[in-house]
Design a binder for this molecule. Structure first.
Ligand code: CAA
Length: 258
């Protein structure tokens, strides 16, 4: 992939990397940058050489939020006509695992991007938060919804109303992130983890992601019906035969994603 202005991308060992690349403004997410991130994710989702997507930020921050300079003079009708946040919905439709590695600030839209990913590795210096309340607005790309589903109403309101930051340690304790890593090891560890996931059966990862996502919105009964169908579906895959035969033959499976 080429032609991006605010991100860079590469594919290495079946991991598709997206690097947020506006370090001078702490990777503030302008509209074009969000479009580029979404297009890169969708392109990797369709690329047979990619099994896992890894999002990282260049410089001392992951992303310090939506670009305040870009939107400061906008009115409601500009937002309505641009329908700016609709693009974020497309991230939820990406079928492959999306991992992010966070160092420094993940604020506002940057935190929303983190919450839109499937798993989060964070450096010990990472800080998460929704400071929108301090500048007279509120999150608009899923923050009030995803944080509430994750932490419950009272804790979500506390962070959204005060704008207080959540340290990496607190984020780990609250289940916002999967793993804390020392800053100097973050990149290597994130790549290692993404590569490890890329060796798992791709269709299993895909169906598990779809089923887990349904658990957020469905009743237990509906969710279990959905899960069951995905379980049955995997028995049409070559990888199910490969995985089970490898177990019986006491060898490591080689998954093709078919
Ligand atoms: N938009 C535009 N520029 C930003 C930015 C943002 N969100 N965040 C940081 N920058 C720029 C700064 O203006 C500064 O640029 P200059 O060097 O040209 O002055 C540069 O990045 C470095 O930032 P600071 O000098 O402020 O660095 P710091 O270490 O002193 O502070 C910070 C870091 C606490 C993150 C501070 O920059 C900050 O508060 N940023 C804004 C955070 C914020 O309010 N985010 C929410 C945005 S709204 C949103 O995201 C809505 C949504 O739901 C999508």
């Amino acid at each position: 992939m080429s032609g991006f202005e605010f991100i860079s991308t590469s594919v290495n060992d079946q991991v598709g990397s997206i690097i947020l690349n506006r370090p001078k403004v702490l990777n503030a997410l302008n509209r074009k940058m969000v479009s580029e991130i979404v297009v890169a994710m969708e392109t990797f989702d369709q690329n047979e050489d990619v099994r896992v997507i890894l999002v990282t930020g260049e410089g001392r921050a992951f992303a310090a939020g939506a670009d305040i300079d870009e939107m400061a003079e906008d009115g409601s009708i500009d937002f309505e006509l641009l329908n700016q946040f609709a693009e974020w919905d497309r991230i939820a439709l990406v079928k492959k695992p999306i991992i992010c590695a966070v160092q420094g600030f993940a604020l506002g839209g940057g935190f929303e991007l983190v919450l839109a990913c499937d798993m989060v590795l964070a450096a010990e210096d990472a800080e998460f938060g929704f400071p929108e309340v301090n500048i007279g607005v509120m999150p608009g790309a899923g923050g009030t919804q995803r944080l509430t589903k994750l932490l419950g109403r009272t804790q979500a309101l506390q962070y959204l109303w005060t704008g207080d930051r959540i340290t990496a340690k607190e984020a780990e304790a609250k289940g916002i992130i999967n793993k804390l890593i020392s800053p100097e090891l973050l990149k290597d560890e994130a790549e290692k983890f993404a590569k490890r996931l890329s060796k798992q059966a791709p269709l299993s990862l895909r169906m598990i992601k779809e089923s887990v996502n349904k658990a957020v919105d469905y009743s237990l009964y509906e969710g279990m019906q959905f899960e069951r169908k995905n379980f049955y579906l995997l028995f049409s895959s070559e990888d199910q035969k490969e995985g089970m035969n490898a177990f019986i033959e006491k060898r490591r499976p080689k998954f093709k994603g078919k």
